[in-house]
Design a protein around this ligand. Structure first.
Ligand SMILES: Nc1ncnc2c1ncn2[C@@H]1O[C@H](COP(=O)(O)OP(=O)(O)OP(=O)(O)O)[C@@H](O)[C@H]1O
Length: 382
C-alpha cells in the first residue's frame, strides 16, 4: 500500500513517457450499453497509460464517454472489449473493492449525523484498524486537506468546499494507490471552484497519489493536470500536457473545445522549405509551418489563438502572416479588449489585446484593420 508522502510527491518525478509500469492502463477498451433494445457505443476503443503520481484528466463535452471510462477503471462497469490494468496487473474482471482505487463524486455523500472526524475515520474503523493508528492517520489527512480544528463539525455546518475536502480526506485516508474524481467541484460556485482547483493540485502533490479527474471544464483541466486526454464521441482525440493541447491542438475538435480559437482555411500558394504560404484575400498571406508533404494547390485548415494576433490600422511589415478585415465588434474586458474582425471571405476572427500599458482601443466598429501574427502561431490541423 502506498505511504502518504510529505512534501512534493511522485507527480514531480513521474515524467510522462517514463519507462516505469503505468499506474493505470486502458488497452483498446470498448463499452456498449443496451438501452431499450438499442446499442449505445459509449466508449469506442480507448487506449491510454497513466503514470504513477500523475494528475491526469479526462476532458470532453457531455456524453463523450468520460464517466464510463472512469467507471471501467474503478470496476463499476465491465468493458465490452479490451483490458484494464492497474500497476501492470490485468484487473478487467476484478471487482471494485479489490482494486485499490477510491472514487470521489460530485455529491459528497457524507454521513450527515457524523462529525468530520467520524466521517473520515469510518472506513478505517470498519477495517478494524487500531485506534491509535486511526487517530494518527485521520489527524494527518485532515491536516493535508486543511481541516484541522474542524473535527467536531457536522457536514451541514460546513461550506461546500469544506464538505468536498472532507470527502477527499475520507477517500485518501484509506491510502488508495489511485484516486478517481468525477466532476468533484461541479456543485461549487465559480470562485470556490477556482480556489479548490489550486487546493486539489496542492493536496495531490502532497500525497503523491495518482489522480484521475473527470471534467467538462477545460479551464479546470488546464489548471490542474500534468496531462489531459481530450475525449470526443467515445474516442481520445489528443493526449498531451496542457500547454501542448492548447498550443498544438491535434484536431479541429480540440482546437474548438479548448479556449477560443480562430479557424482559417486557405489554398497553398507556395512552399518555402517547411513553411507554406497560403493565399486568402488579395492582400492577405498566411505563413504556416508544415510537416510532411504539402503541395501548391492543397487546401489547409489552420488555427491561430486570439492572443497571438496583433491588430493595427496600418499594414504591418516583416515576415508575418497578414490578413485584412473590418471590425464588427469591440468589447472592453478590463484586462484586455476583444475584437471581432470579418475577413474578405466572411470568416470572423477574434483578437485579444492585453491592456498592459494603456487601455486605448486600437480600432472601432467599421474600421479597416490588419491582423498579423508570427508564422509559428499558425497551427495546421490534421
Ligand atoms: N447505463 C447506461 N445505459 C445506456 N447508455 C448509457 C449508460 N451510461 C451512459 N450511457 C451513454 O453513454 C454515453 C457516454 O456517457 P458518459 O456518462 O460516459 O459520458 P460523459 O462524457 O461522462 O458525460 P457527462 O459529462 O454528461 O457525465 C452517453 O451517450 C450516455 O447516454
Amino acid at each position: 500500500m502506498t505511504e502518504i508522502q510529505a512534501g512534493p510527491g511522485a507527480a514531480a518525478s513521474a515524467a510522462p513517457g517514463s519507462q516505469q509500469t503505468p499506474a493505470i492502463e486502458l488497452d483498446n477498451v470498448v463499452k456498449e450499453y443496451t438501452s431499450h433494445g438499442e446499442v449505445v457505443r459509449a466508449v469506442k476503443g480507448v487506449s491510454l497509460a497513466i503514470t504513477e503520481g500523475e494528475f491526469f484528466s479526462l476532458l470532453g463535452p457531455s456524453g463523450c464517454g468520460k464517466t464510463t471510462s472512469m467507471r471501467m477503471i474503478a470496476g463499476f462497469e465491465d468493458p465490452t472489449q479490451g483490458v484494464v490494468r492497474l500497476h501492470g496487473q490485468d484487473v478487467t474482471s476484478v471487482p471494485p473493492n479489490k482494486r485499490d482505487v477510491n472514487m470521489v463524486f460530485q455529491s459528497y455523500a457524507l454521513f450527515p449525523h457524523m462529525s468530520v472526524w467520524e466521517n473520515v475515520a469510518f472506513g478505517l474503523k470498519r477495517k478494524s484498524v487500531e485506534t491509535a493508528e486511526i487517530q494518527r492517520r485521520v489527524g494527518e489527512i485532515l491536516e493535508v486537506v486543511d481541516l484541522t480544528g474542524r473535527e467536531k463539525r457536522r457536514p451541514k455546518e460546513m461550506s461546500g468546499g469544506q464538505q468536498q475536502r472532507v470527502a477527499l480526506a475520507r477517500a485518501l485516508v484509506n491510502r488508495p494507490r489511485a484516486l478517481l474524481l468525477d466532476e468533484p467541484l461541479g456543485a461549487l460556485d465559480l470562485k470556490l471552484r477556482q480556489a479548490m482547483q489550486i487546493e486539489l493540485k496542492r493536496i495531490q502533490r502532497d500525497v503523491g497519489i495518482t489522480f484521475v479527474y473527470v471534467t467538462h471544464d477545460q479551464g479546470e483541466a488546464l489548471t490542474m493536470s500534468d496531462r489531459i486526454a481530450v475525449m470526443n464521441d467515445g474516442l481520445v482525440d489528443q493526449l498531451a500536457a496542457p500547454r501542448e493541447i492548447y498550443e498544438r491542438p491535434a484536431t479541429k475538435f480540440v482546437a474548438g473545445f479548448i479556449g477560443t480559437s480562430n479557424l482559417l482555411s486557405g489554398t497553398v500558394d507556395k512552399v518555402n522549405g517547411s513553411t507554406a504560404v497560403l493565399a486568402l484575400g488579395p492582400s492577405d498571406r498566411i505563413l504556416a509551418p508544415v510537416e510532411g508533404a504539402v503541395s501548391v494547390g492543397d487546401t489547409l485548415e489552420l488555427t491561430v489563438r486570439p492572443e497571438k494576433i496583433t491588430i493595427s490600422t496600418e499594414q504591418p511589415e516583416g515576415d508575418r502572416s497578414v490578413v485584412q478585415g473590418t471590425v464588427s465588434e469591440v468589447v472592453y474586458l478590463g484586462t484586455s479588449n476583444s475584437y471581432a474582425v470579418v475577413l474578405a471571405d466572411g470568416a470572423e476572427i477574434t483578437v485579444f489585446q492585453q491592456n498592459a500599458h494603456d487601455s486605448t482601443i486600437t480600432a472601432e466598429r467599421g474600421d479597416t484593420v490588419w491582423l498579423s501574427w508570427q508564422p509559428q502561431h499558425s497551427y495546421v490541423l490534421r
